[in-house]
Design a binder for this molecule. Structure first.
Ligand SMILES: Nc1ncnc2c1ncn2[C@@H]1O[C@H](COP(=O)(O)OP(=O)(O)OP(=O)(O)O)[C@@H](O)[C@H]1O
Length: 586
C-alpha cells in the first residue's frame, strides 16, 4: 500500500490527464463490446430473418467502431507514455538530487553498481507500471465486467454457467501473486550485485590486469551471473507453474459455452445469433484471465523496484545543515581544533587534537601513513563530525555554517585526482563557471600545468577523463591544483597534492604558492618535509595524536620526532633549496 501511496505522490500532478485517459480505456473497452453483439444480430436478423437491408449499415458500424476504438487506444497509450516519461524524469531527478546530498559515509557503504541499477533499471520498471500495467489492469477488469453484463443481457443462465470458473481463477491468481513477490525482490538484488561486479571491473580494470586476476574476476562475474539467472529462473518457475493453470481455466470457458450454450439453443431458450454473440464476447472473459498472471508479475516487479528506490530516497545524510545555519559573506579562515577526537567504528583516527590556524597562515601536516592526516582535513570540510571536541571556524562552531557556504570557502586538491570526462579547461573551471580562459591559464601556470597543457595537440581543449587521453599522475595533480586555486578559497587544502611531482617542480609550485597564500589559510599534507618546511605551523601526527607542533625551527630545536624524520629523510634539503634558489636567480 505504501508503494502505491508513494507513486501517487508523483501521479497526482497528472491526475486529470491520467484520469481522462483511464476514462478513454473504459470507452475503448465499451466500444469493443459492439462488434460481437452486431455479429449475433447479423446471424439472427440477416441470415435467419432475411433482413438484408440492415446488413450494410451494420457492416459500416463495424468498421467505424473498429476505427474509433483504435484512435481512442492510440490517444490514451501515447498519453500514458508521455505521463510516465515525465514522472520518470522527476523520479530520476529526485534520486540524483538525493545522491548529491548524501554524505561520505553513505558512499563508503554503497556500491556504485547497485546505485546505478536503481537509477536506471529500477526506474524503468516504474515507468512500465505507470505507462502500461495500470491501464492494462483497468482495461482487463472493464472488458471483463462489460463482457459479463452484455452476456447477462443476452442470456443470464449461460452467463452464470460461465462464472463458475471465476472463483478458481481468483484463487490461483492470489496464490501466484503471493509466491512471485519474493522472487522478484531476489532478482532485483541479484541484478544490483551483478551490476556492481561489472562496474568494479570497469573502474578497476588496470588493477585487474596488473595483478593478472582476469580468471578470478571472470569466476566472480560468473557466480553473480549464475545467481541472477537462478533468481530469474525462480520467477519463471512460479510463473510457469500458475500460468498454464490460468490458461486452462480460460480455455475451459469455451467448453462450458459450447456445452451449455448448445443445450440452451436446442431447448430454444437461446438463438444461434445469441450463441454467436456469446462466442464473440468470450475473449472478454478469456483475455483478462490469461493476462492476470502477467499483470501480477509486472505489479510485483514494480513493487520490488519501487522498494529499492524508496529506500534510497528515504536515506538521510548524517551531516545536515542546522536550522539557523549562517552564510557569512566570506569566511576569514581562522581554524581551531579544540580537543577533537574522531573514530571510524573501531578505529580511533584522531585523539584530542588541538591547534589554531590564523587566517592566511600555512599549516603543514606530516605523519606516517594512517596517522590521521586526511581525517583531520575531512573534519574541516565537515565530511564527518567529531566524536568529541569542537572544530571552530572564525571562532564559531563549524556546524553553525551552512554546508554550502563552508564548502564553497574551501578548495581541496587531493592525491587521488578525479577529473571529469571533459576538456582540461572545463575541469579547471569546475569550481568557478564564469572564469575566463585567461584566468584559467593564469592558474594553470601557477600550478605548473600551463606548459604541458599547451604542448598537447588540442591544448586546453584536450578531453581528459574516462574517454579522453591519459595523463600522468603528476599532470593530473597539477590540473587538480589549478582547479583548487582558481576558486580563490578562504581555506586551501593540499592533501599530498604534489606527491607525484619531482622535487624541482614541487619547489617552483611552492614558490608561486608562497606568493599567494597570504590571502588564505593553507593546509599542506605531505610526506616530504620540504613541502611543509616553510609553514607557519607544522603538526606532527602519530596514531591520531598531535605529538609535536611548531615552526620548522622550533621543531628542529625540540630534537624530537620531526628532527629525526628531517635528518633521515632530508638531511641535504637545505643544500638542494640553496642550489635551486641560485638556479632560479640566474
Ligand atoms: N573510511 C574509513 N573507514 C574506516 N577507517 C578508516 C577510514 N578512513 C580512514 N580510516 C582509518 O583511520 C585512520 C586514519 O586514516 P587517514 O586516512 O586519516 O590517515 P592518513 O594519515 O591520511 O594516511 P595516508 O598518509 O596513508 O593518506 C587509519 O587507521 C585508517 O585506517
Amino acid at each position: 500500500m505504501e508503494t502505491f501511496k508513494w507513486i501517487w505522490g508523483y501521479l497526482k500532478d497528472y491526475k486529470f490527464k491520467y484520469g481522462f485517459c483511464l476514462v478513454l480505456v473504459l470507452v475503448a473497452a465499451l466500444i469493443s463490446m459492439i462488434n460481437p453483439i452486431l455479429g449475433g444480430i447479423i446471424v439472427d436478423r440477416v441470415l435467419e430473418g432475411g433482413e438484408t437491408n440492415i446488413l450494410i449499415p451494420i457492416l459500416l458500424i463495424t468498421v467505424v467502431t473498429a476505427l474509433v476504438k483504435n484512435i481512442v487506444a492510440y490517444t490514451y497509450q501515447m498519453s500514458f507514455e508521455r505521463i510516465s516519461q515525465n514522472i520518470l524524469i522527476r523520479i530520476r531527478k529526485d534520486l540524483f538530487d538525493k545522491l548529491l546530498t548524501l554524505d561520505v559515509d553513505f558512499y563508503k557503504q554503497m556500491k556504485t553498481g547497485d546505485l546505478m541499477a536503481r537509477i536506471t533499471g529500477d526506474t524503468d520498471l516504474l515507468r512500465h507500471f505507470i505507462a502500461w500495467v495500470i491501464y492494462n489492469i483497468l482495461n482487463n477488469v472493464s472488458v471483463f465486467v462489460f463482457g459479463l453484463l452484455c452476456m447477462w443481457f443476452i442470456n443470464p443462465t449461460l452467463t452464470i454457467a460461465m462464472l463458475i470458473v471465476c472463483p478458481f481463477i481468483a484463487f490461483f491468481t492470489e496464490k501466484m501473486s503471493r509466491r512471485i513477490g519474493p522472487t522478484f525482490h531476489k532478482a532485483r538484488e541479484a541484478y544490483s550485485r551483478l551490476n556492481s561486479v561489472v562496474q568494479e571491473n570497469i573502474s578497476g580494470n588496470r588493477i585487474v590486469k596488473a595483478f593478472s586476476k582476469e580468471d578470478y574476476e571472470i569466476e566472480k562475474f560468473n557466480r553473480q551471473n549464475a545467481f541472477y539467472k537462478e533468481a530469474n529462473m525462480d520467477t519463471i518457475e512460479v510463473t510457469q507453474h500458475y500460468i498454464p493453470i490460468l490458461e486452462f481455466l480460460a480455455s475451459f470457458l469455451t467448453v462450458v459455452m459450447i456445452f451449455i450454450g448448445g443445450i440452451l439453443v436446442i431447448q430454444d431458450q437461446m438463438t444461434i445469433g445469441d450463441l454467436m454473440a456469446f462466442n464473440g464476447l468470450l475473449w472478454a472473459l478469456n483475455n483478462p484471465m490469461r493476462s492476470a498472471g502477467y499483470l501480477i508479475n509486472d505489479t510485483q516487479r514494480f513493487i520490488a523496484s519501487s522498494k529499492k528506490i524508496r529506500e534510497l530516497l528515504a536515506t538521510e545524510s548524517k551531516i545536515q545543515n542546522q536550522e539557523d545555519a549562517q552564510e557569512p559573506e566570506r569566511i576569514k579562515g581562522e581554524i581551531e581544533f579544540k580537543n577533537v577526537s574522531f573514530s571510524f567504528e573501531d578505529t580511533d583516527a584522531l585523539r584530542k587534537v588541538s591547534f589554531k590556524a590564523k587566517p592566511g597562515q600555512t599549516i603543514g601536516i606530516i605523519g606516517h601513513t594512517g596517522a590521521g592526516k586526511s581525517t583531520l582535513i575531512n573534519l574541516i570540510c565537515r565530511f564527518y563530525e567529531p566524536v568529541s571536541g569542537q572544530v571552530l571556524i572564525d571562532g564559531k562552531d563549524i556546524r553553525s555554517y551552512s554546508l554550502k557556504k563552508l564548502r564553497e570557502s574551501i578548495a581541496m586538491a587531493m592525491q587521488e585526482v578525479f577529473l571529469f570526462s571533459d576538456t582540461i579547461e572545463a575541469n579547471i573551471r569546475y569550481g568557478v563557471p564564469r572564469a575566463s580562459s585567461n584566468q584559467i591559464q593564469q592558474f594553470a601556470a601557477m600550478a605548473e600545468a600551463d606548459s604541458f597543457i599547451r604542448s598537447m595537440p588540442e591544448g586546453y581543449d584536450t578531453v581528459v577523463g574516462e574517454r579522453g587521453v591519459g595523463l600522468s599522475g603528476g599532470q593530473r595533480q597539477r590540473i587538480a591544483l589549478a582547479r583548487a586555486l582558481i576558486k580563490d578559497p578562504s581555506v586551501l587544502i593540499l592533501d599530498d597534492t604534489t606527491s607525484a611531482l619531482d622535487m624541482e617542480t614541487e619547489m617552483r609550485i611552492q614558490q608561486k604558492l608562497n606568493e599567494t597564500t597570504r590571502k588564505r589559510t593553507t593546509f599542506i599534507i605531505a610526506h616530504r618535509i620540504s613541502s611543509v618546511k616553510a609553514a607557519d605551523l607544522i603538526l606532527v601526527l602519530r596514531r591520531g595524536r598531535v605529538i609535536e607542533q611548531g615552526t620548522h625551527d622550533e621543531l628542529m630545536a625540540l630534537k624530537g620526532h620531526y628532527y629525526k624524520v628531517f635528518e633521515t629523510q632530508f638531511g641535504d634539503f637545505d643544500q638542494e633549496l640553496a642550489d635551486f634558489t641560485q638556479k632560479e636567480a640566474n
